[in-house]
Design a protein around this ligand. Structure first.
Ligand SMILES: [Fe+2]
Length: 596
């Protein structure tokens, strides 16, 4: 049973190909078309799947989408009717930029796009899976035989939060709430209010919250109130996104209570930090409240968190710390980046009843590049490089890191989801407190309040962090043990937490081997790990990685088995090409023209 999950016409477009519930590939289109959170039809992903995996629609049994289009139409009509006629503005594309109106006739556009990609061919049947069902279906690849599942995102086709009970190859939805009663949307619009990009910069607000104090917490508890049944209620008198979407998300009451919108260029002040703090605090309270009520209803103690809100690693860690949950599992693709995968999983197990046979233990289902692609790209850029056998390469790079160098680390298949987890990563020494500033100045150009994440050898995680369980996908932010904070100073956020990734050898032997080698040299089994990019999507190809290396202050670039720290040759090649371009564009004299 081959199932192809596809997202198109909504943010995070991409594909996932599953054979009997086992992923063969999970590609996000943004990695190929280089536009963050793209909504474009995933034509490059499909082309890569054809080229690398011989994907043919003749071999695909079913195509799935993570949107129940009929349900979505019903929800949209109800939404329009409730606030009519003001709600007519919701028909304007500018009111919901993360989704195109064409989603209402998604199957038509899907068929058209597939025919463009594959030529005239008989298409497999298209099955529309519910949006939250698609998120919840990651339970089927979790380590749990039985678990509670909490889905929270901006909104799906019928809800913004849902809970499920998962047992074996069955998921049962136990609760849901309306699409406008959305903690995810409040978080996104508050992100906009604080001068950042909604639908993408929510993590910045989460980081900023650690600098705030509780000035607005009590007032914000009126914006989202906890309900006695374990649910919550967003007070829509503070908002107008139910009428005008993202064009005018806040009502006068909100602005009067919490102040005006921050301009992106305006300096961050106490009010902004305190608002971020209030938002984060109340979001955590809602999640904890929901989880505690689930724990009262069911005797299950393991929990899957998914949907875009589950990218909030600070809240996830609090669930583990402050409730009776035994283990928390969040997939590396909790946002809609995992929706194609989830829709295909739902169809495979829930609809068709196939037994589970696979656990997701690593995120590396992206595209890999061949050695000749790597050497070709290095040579085209004019970089001198050295092939190195693996043990030598690991020793060399570990030494570079220990010497304070910043390393671009590119290996094998890229990761699914929004986090770089060791195959498209920029790595650095966490012992040096100044490394955060150095990384920011020379490479990332991020806001100074944002932390850099530590990756730690799984079996040594508990020595450094207050966490009992593995976290291979960077989904928890536990506290760094006080006696270890100074030894990994660059990886500790202002609130004393670290957004960890634990790595075990089986999941990624090279990455593990590098950290192990660094630990042998320094005694510290931890590296700083940040995504291999600057402002653009995480690099996919060797060419992307080389461009990022050349444009930034990365000291060393490792592409597969190839090592370079060369810049001079590339500069010479660039100079030569500039000179020849200048020469070619010189005006041609009459004499030269007559000679020609
Ligand atoms: Fe979603």
């Amino acid at each position: 049973m081959k199932v192809l999950g596809v997202v198109a016409k909504t943010h995070d477009s991409g594909i996932a190909l599953l054979q009997d519930g086992v992923p063969e590939l999970i590609f996000e289109e943004e990695r190929f078309n280089r536009t963050k959170k793209t909504k474009k039809f995933p034509k490059y992903s499909l082309a890569a799947a054809r080229a690398d995996f011989g994907l043919s629609l003749a071999d695909v049994d079913v195509i799935t989408t993570p949107w129940d289009v009929r349900q979505l139409r019903k929800t949209a009509i109800r939404l329009l009717a409730r606030r009519f006629p003001l709600s007519l503005s919701l028909l304007l594309p500018r009111t919901h930029e993360s989704q195109q109106n064409q989603i209402m006739v998604l199957n038509f556009y899907l068929r058209r796009g597939l025919r463009k990609s594959f030529g005239p061919t008989t298409l497999p049947p298209i099955v529309n899976v519910g949006h939250h069902d698609s998120h919840a279906a990651v339970f089927f690849v979790s380590p749990f035989e039985e678990a509670l599942v909490l889905v929270m995102d901006g909104y799906g086709d019928d809800s913004s939060s849902s809970t499920y009970l998962g047992r074996g190859n069955r998921l049962q939805r136990t609760w849901s709430t309306g699409i406008m009663n959305s903690v995810g949307l409040v978080y996104t619009f508050m992100t906009q209010h604080l001068g950042f990009a909604g639908f993408g910069d929510e993590g910045k607000v989460m980081a900023l919250a650690a600098y705030g104090s509780d000035t607005y917490v009590q007032r914000f508890r009126d914006v989202i109130r906890l309900a006695p049944d374990g649910g919550y209620a967003v007070d829509l008198s503070y908002f107008s996104f139910d009428k005008f979407g993202q064009l005018r998300p806040f009502s006068r009451k909100f602005i009067d209570t919490f102040g005006p919108v921050r301009d992106a260029n305006e300096p961050l002040g106490d009010r902004h930090r305190d608002l971020a703090f209030a938002l984060q605090t109340v979001t955590e309270e809602v999640i904890l409240h929901r989880v505690r009520s689930l724990l009262k209803l069911f005797s299950v103690r393991d929990l899957c968190l998914t949907g875009g809100v589950a990218l909030n690693c600070v809240a996830n860690a609090k669930v583990l710390e402050e409730t009776d949950v035994r283990r928390v599992w969040v997939p590396p693709c909790a946002s809609d980046t995992g929706a194609p995968f989830g829709s295909a999983l739902w169809h495979t197990h829930q609809t068709l009843g196939l037994p589970r046979c696979f656990e997701l233990t690593h995120p590396y289902y992206g595209r890999a590049y061949r050695d000749q692609d790597i050497t070709g790209a290095l040579e085209a850029a004019g970089l001198r490089y050295h092939p190195m056998p693996m043990p030598q390469l690991l020793r060399r790079v570990a030494k570079d890191l220990a010497d304070g160098k910043i390393v671009g680390w590119f290996q094998d298949r890229f990761e699914m989801g929004p986090r770089a987890l060791g195959n498209r990563s920029i790595l650095a020494d966490p012992r040096r407190a100044e490394m955060r500033e150095k990384l920011n100045d020379r490479v990332k150009k991020r806001e100074p309040f944002r932390p850099f994440a530590p990756v730690v050898l799984a079996e040594r995680a508990a020595e450094y962090f207050e966490v009992e369980q593995a976290d291979p996908f960077m989904t928890l932010a536990p506290r760094v043990r006080p006696d270890r904070q100074s030894s990994i100073a660059a990886a500790v956020h202002v609130d004393g937490t670290g957004r960890i990734q634990t790595i075990d050898r089986a999941a990624n032997p090279r990455y593990y081997g590098l950290i192990e080698e660094f630990a042998r040299l320094t005694g510290v089994p931890v590296l700083l790990n940040t995504s291999f990019n600057r402002k653009e999507p995480i690099v996919a190809s060797p060419k992307d990685a080389i461009a990022c290396y050349l444009e930034s202050g990365i000291d060393v670039l490792v592409l597969g088995d190839f090592y370079t720290s060369d810049r001079q040759s590339a500069a010479a090649v660039e100079l030569l090409s500039l000179q020849s371009a200048a020469h070619a564009s010189k005006p041609v004299t009459v004499a030269q023209a007559s000679q020609g």
